[in-house]
Design a protein around this ligand. Structure first.
Ligand SMILES: [Cu+2]
Length: 316
């Protein structure tokens, strides 16, 4: 018996040690760099504190009662016939019910506030990025800049980023923990996400959904930088040696592990739409609707938007 207790104690302390030794660098969710991440963090903390209202007193009372009512303490009340207390019933039901109620309210409110499909309120015109999950790398297409990059996402700070996300393979989940909300990337479907980075920095991006043998290398750096630096980055990518045409895409789509960063000077028009449409008619109407609203949001993009709308019209 004693040996068993000792073993489970060792296991528990091992787990705790692992948790703390992993270092503060890994606590990315607790170190947000944008408004969405900030709200996510405060939601996690609020929920934790609320639940601790029950957990902490229970832990304390367990220890106190075990000590006070121990067999050798002859001064404590001994009540072998005791069976029921209305006061206790009220406390153990009322407090958790109130907590659940408050949690439900907060959850309802924040799920609407933090809806990934909801554009962020800002004076700044959003930047569009189309994200394609490949085996096992991320392709980022900048439709307005007509460039693309693999495993490197550059974004200007203070600018809302409107993502359109899909997969050319199995299901993945697009996630930049320090910026907030993760969302699924699915073949034939268009999911949307709006994020914003407040300060410059390099933020880890990943797939949060296991997708096969190369999954662990499916990471990318999010380079948040000033608008000037971002424009310089765009120019740098424009000067890359190769474009992303059908030929290069056919190469790119082949499975690869820990794929290095790659830049493409231009992108075949409507590449994102054709990836989306290559997965049959099964989900075509939702994606067409999604693209319509995408287009509305981006009405200033001129030719690009017109092309998208023509593409959508021809599908209908
Ligand atoms: Cu679907």
């Amino acid at each position: 018996m004693k040996k068993k207790t000792c073993l489970s104690l060792m296991k528990a302390s091992g787990l705790l040690a692992a948790l703390f030794l992993s270092g503060c660098d890994d606590w990315v969710l607790m170190d947000p760099k944008g408004p969405i991440g900030q709200s996510g963090k405060s939601l996690i903390l609020t929920a934790t504190w609320l639940m601790l209202i029950v957990v902490v007193p229970v832990i304390i009372m367990t220890l106190v009662f075990a000590w006070k009512y121990r067999a050798s303490n002859k001064n404590a009340t001994y009540a072998p016939k005791w069976a029921h207390s209305h006061a206790i019933e009220v406390v153990v039901w009322f407090i958790p019910c109130v907590i659940i109620g408050v949690l439900a309210l907060i959850t309802w409110k924040t799920t609407h506030e933090l809806d990934p499909y909801k554009p962020l309120e800002s004076e700044v015109k959003p930047l569009h990025v189309q994200v394609v999950a490949l085996d096992w790398k991320w392709l980022f297409i900048y439709p307005e800049q007509n460039i693309a990059s693999v495993n490197e996402l550059a974004i200007p700070t203070g600018t809302p980023i409107a993502f359109d996300i899909t997969s050319a393979s199995v299901m993945n989940a697009f996630f930049i923990p320090q910026l907030g909300s993760q969302i699924y990337a699915m073949a034939g479907m268009n999911t949307k996400l709006h994020l914003l980075a407040d300060e410059p920095g390099t933020y880890m991006g990943m797939s949060a959904n296991y997708s096969g043998s190369g999954f662990s290398g499916m990471k990318f750096d999010t380079l948040a930088m000033s608008t000037t630096d971002f424009n310089a980055w765009v120019e740098k990518v424009k000067a890359a040696p190769q474009p992303l045409e059908k030929e290069q895409y056919t190469e790119l789509v082949k499975p690869s592990e820990a794929n290095p960063v790659a830049h493409f000077s231009s992108v075949e028009s409507n590449l994102y739409q054709s990836i989306l449409n290559s997965y049959g008619s099964y989900c075509q109407s939702p994606s067409a609707t999604a693209l319509n609203s995408h287009e509305a949001l981006n009405s200033k993009a001129g030719d690009e938007a017109q092309q998208v709308s023509m593409n959508v019209a021809s599908e209908e």
